[in-house]
Design a protein. Structure first.
Length: 116
């Protein structure tokens, strides 16, 4: 409960930061509460969250918890309970401040030519 109060201790978002956070949130929700304008987001995913839930992606690409916490707080309660793969996926965004999601084609095409 104490961690959920952390965004209130941080300075309010600038208009640019608030716009960025609202744009990311609009990708997953159509109900943006205007009363939350300039309030820092707080995300506390469950320890069973998958890599896709944390980083983003999926069959229909959507932002993950890291993106939804942009300019706010991402609280990982019970950190040792998270899967190793999830914690490894957090390494690059923490170090670089960016998330890269790459997709590989689902089908391979092999072309062979026989010359005589």
């Amino acid at each position: 409960m104490l961690a959920s109060r952390l965004p209130g201790l941080l300075p309010p978002l600038s208009n640019q930061e608030a716009l960025e956070s609202a744009a990311i949130l609009s990708l997953v929700s159509t109900n943006y509460a205007t009363t939350r304008w300039r309030h820092r987001p707080f995300r506390a995913p469950h320890h069973s969250a998958s890599v896709a839930a944390m980083v983003g992606g999926g069959a229909i690409p959507a932002p993950g918890e890291i993106s939804l916490a942009h300019n706010g707080v991402l609280f990982l309660d019970e950190l040792p309970e998270f899967e190793r793969r999830v914690l490894d996926a957090l390494r690059e965004p923490i170090e670089s401040g960016k998330i890269h999601i790459s997709r590989h084609p689902g089908r391979k095409l092999t072309i062979r030519r026989i010359s005589s």
